[in-house]
Write a protein that binds this ligand. Structure first.
Ligand code: DGJ
Length: 713
């Protein structure tokens, strides 16, 4: 990456004079957003401005300069710092001064700005990095901290980012829940004091709360109105966002690794790099912020973000652990009959001394169970090849059941307390990924399977246990384990990606326990929730869509909530990365025909649903109906999904105004995927009409749904 960078500007150190420092302005801009830092005449770097980009760059200097950009512990500030270092001599104060900055255009067209700071007394160096993407209005920032002292230091806090705001009021939306109840949007006003969103669950970090938030400035933002900052941390581990309003009503937002139990000892000369905090500012509400994230994700961040995704049939809810070769070969045939791209074999295919007949044993022993699969995975990949479908496989390589050969052979590889009773979550323990030998083993699970069965075309990588009862046999500093676990995971994933660059992998963690943008640099998609009730999914997909595009959200049609028709269930799943998790016996012949047709239609409409602009039209939180639409990037095609959940008797049904269309273009509107598989002409309208008047997409039918396809004439 480095060699591709073109240096476009440089301002070096040595600006300090005998009586003061030259003032330096550091603009970090996208077309619509500006973060302007200023190195003041005292040598300290302040956040001069954060907001909508001004037409005239000279006017940033007129704004009231804000707080120090990266506040350190032990100096004059009264509130939460970004950085806290305990120096070798016991002193806890750090004072950072400007030491230079530079901006470089990178190979992908983004601009990297580096701001160098240092503590003149202790010699520690801090680099603040900002990457701006010119076409998607996203800013990415992280920090590098180097121990410039002669002895080790200990870091108590080491944030990725600190941002300051001065608005009349602040409203925070967090996305919290539980297993099978992920990403519920909850909004609350912020007042004096701290609000912290964090997790200390380690390997399954997001079980209770997702690593992203929306911060409305002034008043709660709507879908299309209001100032809102949307931020997320790219870290598949413990994170913390701190929102602190001070005595003057100013807000600071500190984002980074959760320092809980994670004091970091740094040897002389050692550098620590924080994860990336990614944010966008929208002055047109949450919808625009989401679309900016979706565009950035597909173009710059997600593994194979610019490629399409495979539809699949998964056997988890169809069989759970109860299957054998014949049953699976039957299901592979059903995948073909349905018309999906792939069959995905889930949990339960491995273990011989301790066969994996339930979640109580076998995890860690990655050989096929002989009496279930006498001819191994090879017989299944062969059956899939014959049917012309791809074959995918479930693994959970970071975990171990105590009832396993792996545990018996390598107890020292397990995160568990040496001097206390073991505690099990789902009857399992987490392997110690800080240990390079464990990293080799985990890489070897994938590598071994791929070497033996090169026809495996996909993995579902699960991770069901949080880290509890934390202790490592490998670490010298126990407080490093939470962080080194994640780094170990990334080491493994780097190796997997390097050796198998074309292998798509689903990130899964007991449902949506992992859902972050650093993980998605390695994984092509994630499993949103074990809750596949379509009504619940309407809320879950609404929540994740705030920052994730539809192509990374795995959405499966299952038998949950049979009071919803197969059409309703399929329509919900078609708003994400479509899959099925049932057996054809669960469906009537008409329902099978419906699904076959829906898959064909989904494949045809993938360029709009997976690559287009998403507009959330009616929120499921607002009442009895919800609607979302996708508009192709050229504005010539669109798909509108409309759902009636539990309408009231004689409820007034307003037309729903569409968005993102070209007002001058005339669109034909067809209702497609109707219950009997037919489609229906719903008229022709200009984009102007559709956006100002709308369409009557809702009905009074309980649990009913419709899909409309729009095409420019
Ligand atoms: C949890 C996942 O979320 C499920 O989809 C399934 O793969 C099970 N684990 C298997 O144990």
């Amino acid at each position: 990456m480095k060699s591709n960078r073109i240096i476009i500007s440089f301002l070096g150190a040595g600006l300090a004079g005998l009586t003061g420092w030259a003032e330096v302005t550091i603009p970090i801009t996208t077309p619509n957003t500006a973060l302007v830092l200023k190195a003041a005449d005292n040598g300290r770097v302040y956040q001069q401005y954060l907001g909508k980009r001004l037409a005239n760059d000279d006017e940033y200097a007129k704004t009231r300069c804000g707080a120090e950009a990266y506040i350190t512990h032990g100096m004059e500030d009264y509130f939460e710092p970004a950085l806290h270092i305990n120096h070798a001599d016991g002193n806890q104060s750090t004072l950072l001064k400007y030491a230079g900055h530079n901006s470089e255009t990178q190979a992908d067209g983004s601009t990297l700005t580096t701001v160098r700071l240092s503590d003149e007394v202790y010699g520690d160096n801090v680099n603040l990095f900002y990457v701006t993407y010119p076409d998607v209005d996203i800013v990415k920032s992280w920090t590098e901290i180097t121990n410039g002292e002669k002895k080790p230091v200990e870091m108590e806090k080491y944030a990725s980012s600190m941002l300051h705001f001065n608005a009349p009021a602040y409203y925070l939306t967090q996305f919290n829940g539980d297993w099978a109840d992920e990403v519920n949007a909850t909004e609350l006003p912020l007042s004096f004091g701290k609000k912290v969103i964090d997790t200390k669950l380690g390997a399954r970090p997001n079980m209770f709360v997702s690593p992203f938030f929306q911060l409305s400035l002034g008043e709660p933002a709507g879908e299309d109105s209001g100032d809102v900052l949307v931020g997320t941390l790219g870290w598949t581990g413990n994170f913390r966002f701190t929102f602190e309003v001070d005595n003057d009503g100013r807000l600071r937002v500190i984002s980074g690794i959760n320092p809980y139990g994670s004091q970091r000892v740094m040897a002389k000369g050692e550098t620590f790099t924080t994860p990336e905090f990614i944010f966008t500012l929208s002055d047109k509400g949450r919808g625009q912020a989401s679309r900016q994230f979706h565009d950035w994700a597909r173009k710059y961040q997600v593994h194979k973000g610019d490629e399409s995704r495979m539809t699949l049939l998964n056997n988890w809810e169809a069989t759970y652990f109860d299957f054998d070769e014949d049953k699976l070969i039957g299901l592979i045939g059903e995948a073909k009959e349905l018309g999906v791209d792939m069959f995905l074999l889930d949990d339960g295919w491995f273990g011989n001394k301790y066969p994996r007949h339930s979640d109580t044993q076998g995890l860690g022993d990655w050989e096929e169970t002989a009496n279930k699969l006498p001819n191994g995975i090879g017989a299944l990949t062969e059956a899939a090849r014959k049917q012309g479908v791809k074959f995918g496989l479930w693994i959970e390589p970071e975990m171990v059941n105590p009832k396993s050969e792996l545990y018996e052979q390598h107890k020292d590889w397990v995160i568990t307390l040496p001097n206390r009773d073991e505690y099990y979550y789902r009857h399992q323990l987490v392997l110690d990924l800080s240990n390079p030998k464990v990293q080799d083993y985990v890489f070897g699970v994938v590598d071994g399977l791929m070497t033996k069965y090169p026809d495996i075309a996909f993995f579902k990588w699960d991770c069901n246990s949080p880290i509890t009862n934390i202790y490592s046999n490998y670490e010298k500093e126990q407080s490093h384990l939470y962080v080194d676990y994640v780094r170990g995971l990334y080491n493994v994933l780097d190796r997997v990606k390097a050796k198998y660059p074309d292998l798509p992998i689903m990130m899964c963690s007991g449902g949506g326990g992992r859902s972050d943008y650093e993980g998605l640099r390695y994984f092509t998609e994630f499993w949103c929730s074990d809750n596949t009730d379509p009504v619940e999914r309407l809320f879950i997909q609404w929540g994740y869509s705030q920052i994730f595009p539809s192509k990374v959200q795995c959405a499966h049609v299952t038998t949950w909530n049979k009071s919803a028709s197969v059409k309703f269930r399929t329509d919900v799943a078609m708003m994400g990365k479509l899959g099925f998790d049932l057996k054809l016996d669960d469906l009537t012949p008409d329902e099978i025909r419906y699904c076959q047709n829906a898959i064909k239609e989904y494949n045809r409409l993938k360029p709009v649903i997976l690559e287009g602009d998403q507009y959330r039209l009616v929120s499921p939180y607002s009442g009895n109906h919800t609607s979302t639409m996708y508009v192709g990037k050229d504005g010539r095609q669109a798909v509108v999904f409309a759902f009636d959940i539990f309408p009231r008797f004689k409820e007034n049904l307003a037309d729903v105004k569409l968005k993102g269309l070209d007002p001058k273009v005339v669109y034909t509107v067809r209702e497609i995927n109707r219950g009997d598989g037919s489609s229906r002409d719903a008229g022709s309208y200009t984009g102007d009409y559709l956006m100002k008047v709308g369409l009557p997409v809702f009905t009074l039918g309980k649990l009913t749904s419709r899909i409309y396809e729009l095409n420019a004439l």
